[in-house]
Design a protein. Sequence first.
Length: 441
Amino acid sequence: MTLSLKLRQGLVSIVLLLLLLPSSFIAIDQAFFTQLLTSAEQKLEVHMYAMLSDLKIIDGKIELSNNTLSPDFFRPDSGLSAYVTSVGNNNTDAIVWQSDSSLSQSFSPPDTNLVPGEHSFYSYSSANEQYWLLSIALLFDSGEQTRPLAIHIVQTNSMLIAPYLSFRNTLLTWFIWIAAALVLLSVLAYYWTTKPLTKLDQEIRKLEGGEQDHLNGQYPVELTNIKEDLNLLLANQNRQKQRYRNHLSDLAHALKTPVAVLKTSPLSEQPELKEQLDRISAMIEHQLKRASSSGQDIWKKQFDILPHVDKLCNALQKIYRDKSLNIEVDCADNATFRGDETDLMEILGNLLDNACKACKRQVKLTVIQNPLNLIIEDDGPGIAKDARKKLFTRGTRLDTYKDGHGVGLSIVAELVSSYSGGMQITDSPLGGARFELIFPE
């Protein structure tokens, strides 16, 4: 599992959590509001039945006893009021009684379209104010006649909204604290559960960078098997590589001895035989170096470049002391190569040696990090453009040097290719050839 995948999983968990909390908040909020409406309707029903029980018509007027009604009906601005309406001649309702608390309201009861005995609880707007009404239609028998009446119990919207808003603010505060706590717990749980994976990822990166050669961290049971399998794979790879190199070394010694004997034979002085013996020696050396290259290794060690460059330059100064070489090195102290030291020495050794052979006096090596670039230049005659491709063909010689067998640059090309790198030849500002090697990070 990569870090990006773990991060995505953590973000998905937090997003789901943040979606669940608002959904829960809305559900609880709506449930409370619905319950508040039900409670308000039930309270208004109690007041309505109290009015019905005490409703009287005396001398054609509606009268109600003050003892049976709630004190809120007689207190101004209480938010609770009551109206009794009767259907007039023009089929419009007329107020025949209203509570004292309604005198300060600009409220007009709606026309009643209910069947006698039917009641309804609903929201109603009047004079730009919102109200909640419980209305009932009835036929009141006064003894002499039956009168159609309607009773309206009215409650202002503020009486309903005030407790709702108070509850909503309290609920919102709690949900914010709960969300913060859950997010914090999720982050801590994510960090705790992914800590071993992060540690394993860091160790694998160190293996790839050559900073260590095996996994040595302590991991949960689920990751212990992966750790042991990786260590086993690394150990097997190292054993096979070492065994392969040992066999190659033995093969080299076994082949070099008979070749050396043949070279001491008088027959080796014949030009054709001497050339073939030289080719055999060069091919043996080339194949051994190619087979022992670590460019294809998955896990590569990392080492500083500058000390190895200094060794090579000191050796070349002694070999070509007659030329009074000026070898300029531009390499940072912390420049590193991720791979085998022998491979780097083989690459730089061949290229610097060729540059020293071709130059008049000046050779320059430039090392650039991230990605690693090795640039070797000289002030020699250079290389013609149409001949540069042939330069990497084994056995091809573009110079007249007495030493070498034309396989050095083909070795360099194959080593660079084994590290998934690239090489190009251009003209140098110094006047000669410029070899640039590019290694991916």
